[in-house]
Design a protein around this ligand. Structure first.
Ligand code: 4AD
Ligand code: MG
Length: 498
């Protein structure tokens, strides 16, 4: 098989490409077909003079998303979408598509979500999935190169890992079971067998809130390391994120370009140290005068961005009139994105006064909300690591800070540009009696955690780990406003189909 991404190797050769009609346009004697084959798009030109009548008729019968094989000569053409085009000699139609619902015009996001199974074919969605795939590879590569063993945690579980409020309950013959919220507790058992491990799988949270950061089913990668303390955990998390971002920049520049991602912001992630601040320092920052001033600035910036978006929209709408079809489709997706971003800005502008209020009156001991994270991150270009949270607001398994027992040795990584928490992690409690006490304090059923307590009975060691949310990472690297476009078939409140 010859794929469009490799056309450079086939210049001046006759080849057959197999794919779908992305777009088409015809005149009396010329037919321009934009063929997509999953690896790219190639313009195929049919000239009535040069082909048999039945080939011309076949071309003329094509509709958007019809499937076909096209044969012809590959020629270099700078102006063409992938740098090459095909001069067609033959066409073999597989199926003439019915009227395709996603036409080159503006669609609302609800309509697109209903048609997610088809929407995946469009360019921006295609690019986002390629970036997702690259991130998955980067994750495996990072850990495999460091001799971490990938082990799979179960999906059916008998106990909660991350609090009992977001559990999906299901039947397991005549017992209750829960869909896993995190592979961590199992990961700890695996780390005691292999030293360095990671789990990578789907996790589930019955999140009742509709936010742009929450899914009910999302993928999480969770390394767990025997003999790692909090410091080593944070070092690993930082190197891990840099490796992922670096690999995506290296290998997916084309996709980032389609997504119109500002890559300078990502370059700075690779090249700079991530600031590490304690929770208490973060709270002070939130309540500072600088924050109040930055919020004023933010209001101005948002207003300016809004104006720029309006201008861009006007310009590309003008361009649209005479644009090629592939460009039209690109413009339409961009227009949709602009509309979403403008909605978001309008909402932000309505919210900023409340955010300001909540930041300035933030009480030590409570958890950061999404807006607090956004505000805190206004001061940073790279991710930051916030460590030593009040133990009260963190999970039962986290080790307390020996210097201050009210603090948990936790570390969260917050992404810049408003993407929020992408990593949550900690050093784990390794003392049997203390852990028993925590389980009791959290009103968890001790008998269900007996196996977990065994890890502290038989060769307990200091150990640490963290979990990175894949979809939030994809959203951040692609510059997408909502996690619903970061996974092929998102599951969230109110969305179970398709
Ligand atoms: O902070 P969380 O809840 O941490 C854990 O589950 C730990 N057991 C991880 C560990 O130490 N092994 O979740 C970790 C990450 C978050 O930082 C976020 O990126 C992602 O998982 N996440 C979600 N992503 C999408 N939708 C949701 N509802 C998410 N909840 C968490
Ligand atoms: Mg968390």
């Amino acid at each position: 098989m010859i794929y469009i991404k490799n056309l450079a190797d086939h210049e001046d050769q006759d080849v057959t490409l197999k794919g779908w009609v992305y777009n088409y346009r015809s005149s009396k004697n010329l037919y321009f077909l934009e063929l997509r084959d999953g690896t790219g798009i190639c313009q195929c030109v049919v000239s009535r003079e040069d082909v048999a009548e039945n080939v011309w008729q076949a071309a003329d019968s094509l509709r958007q998303e019809s499937s076909l094989e096209v044969t012809g000569r590959i020629v270099k053409d700078e102006r063409s979408i992938g740098g090459y085009e095909m001069h067609v000699s033959d066409i073999r139609v597989h199926q003439i598509a019915e009227d395709y619902p996603i036409t080159p015009k503006e669609h609302g996001v609800d309509f697109l979500m209903e048609n997610r199974h088809l929407w995946l074919r469009s360019q921006r969605q295609w690019a986002a999935m390629r970036v997702r795939n690259e991130i998955i590879w980067a994750i495996h590569r990072f850990f495999q190169e460091r001799d971490f063993v990938q082990m799979d945690a179960p999906i059916f579980t008998g106990n909660a890992a991350e609090g009992t409020t977001t559990l999906f309950e299901t039947e397991y013959f005549d017992e209750k079971a829960y869909l896993t919220q995190s592979g961590q507790l199992y990961g700890e058992a695996m780390a005691m067998a292999h030293g360095l491990i990671y789990t990578f799988g789907p996790t589930f949270r019955a999140e009742k809130s509709k936010t742009r950061r929450h899914l009910t089913e999302f993928w999480m990668v969770e390394p767990e390391m025997a003999y790692y303390d909090l410091e080593m955990n944070m070092d690993l998390a930082e190197n891990f994120i840099k490796a992922i971002v670096g690999q995506v920049l290296d290998r997916r520049s084309r996709e980032l370009d389609i997504l119109e991602r500002d890559t300078a912001a990502l370059e700075s992630v690779v090249n700079n140290e991530f600031p590490r601040i304690s929770y208490s320092e973060a709270v002070e920052t939130l309540k500072s005068d600088e924050t109040a001033a930055l919020l004023e600035q933010m209001t101005e910036d948002r207003k300016q961005e809004y104006g720029e978006l309006e201008k861009e929209r006007e310009e590309i709408r003008k361009e649209r009139g005479s644009a090629k079809k592939w460009r039209k489709a690109q413009i339409d997706e961009r227009i949709r994105e602009i509309a979403e971003r403008m909605d978001q800005i309008e909402e932000d502008l309505r919210n900023i006064p409340t955010w300001k209020e909540s930041a300035l009156n933030f009480e030590w001991g409570t958890d950061f909300g999404g807006s607090d994270e956004t505000i805190l991150m206004m001061q940073y270009e790279t991710p930051i690591i916030v460590h030593r949270y009040p133990a009260e607001i963190k999970a039962f398994y986290m080790k307390r800070d020996p210097e201050d027992v009210d603090l948990a040795l936790a570390c969260d990584v917050l992404a810049p540009e408003g993407y929020g928490e992408i990593i949550g992690g900690s050093e784990r409690e390794d003392d049997l009696e203390t852990l028993k006490k925590r389980i009791e304090e959290h009103e968890l059923p001790e008998d269900l955690f007996n196996w977990y307590l065994d890890l502290r009975r038989y060769g307990s060691v200091p150990h640490s780990g963290f979990g990175l949310g894949l979809e939030r990472t994809v959203a951040w690297l692609c510059g997408l406003d909502h996690v619903r476009e970061t996974i092929p078939f998102p599951r969230m409140l109110g969305r179970l189909r398709p």
